[in-house]
Design a protein around this ligand. Sequence first.
Ligand code: ADP
Ligand code: MG
Length: 264
Amino acid sequence: MSTNELEAAGSPQATSSQPKGNGSSLQQTGRRELPGRSPQSGQATVEVRGVSKQYQRGSKVVEVLKDLNLTIGTGSCEALMGPSGSGKSTLLNIIAGLDTPTSGSVTVRGVNLPSLSEDKRAEWRASNVGFIFQTFNLMPVLTALENVALPLLLTKLPSADRERRAKTALEVVGLGDRANHYPNELSGGQEQRVAIARAIITDPALIVADEPTGDLDRQSADEVLELLDRLCKDFGKTVVMVTHDPAAGERASVLHRLDKGALV
Ligand code: ADP
Ligand code: MG
């Protein structure tokens, strides 16, 4: 199944009634082109160049990332591993446009993130990045379907289309029959799969996951890793995952090791 199939299955009306524009399947989600965005060059989705990050703690400057260079290819599934405190989450947040480096450039699909204002970065994130967290971060008062559909509230899609797409995304993660369950009626592994459905609902090119299997038993963890693998192989997504899980590291097509803020 391709990205376009998810799009088409989730939103057939929008697909048939709207021009495809530049061919991006994301046009239907209300995505707007941001200034400074160049047509995708085709090779790397993420280019990190000379990135350093420092925090001020009292009078002390803590150097968390030191002059990092990293390239992540389009459609690649890559893992970031390293000891606790080595800067993995900081780097992931910078790649996802949640945080900015103290110096250096971070280019994702032709957009230099640190050059965007905070508002523009938020807008960029909403249509370009899907987030998966260790603790799932589902809303307890919403059903699985409502949780998955949540990011689409930021788009102009009518509610029937939002629901249809959310159902399709739940089917992609194997939970089509759990649409009306609340998070507390699901296992941890199922909750994380709902979170993955939520992460792909806007059809982002980049998926970032911070220790996505950290709270799961082995079998659920393997199911989640299998699913992340499929997002790359079958849907062409670029996945960057921070992990302590050796099984996740083994599955990744590229493994980056971070130690004390530097790649080793
Ligand atoms: P990891 O994910 O590899 O465990 P982090 O990226 O979370 O590491 O953190 C790296 C280092 O940066 C740690 O020493 C942490 O204490 C420090 N750090 C992270 N965020 C902040 C912050 N907002 N202010 C000050 N120090 C921070
Ligand atoms: Mg971390």
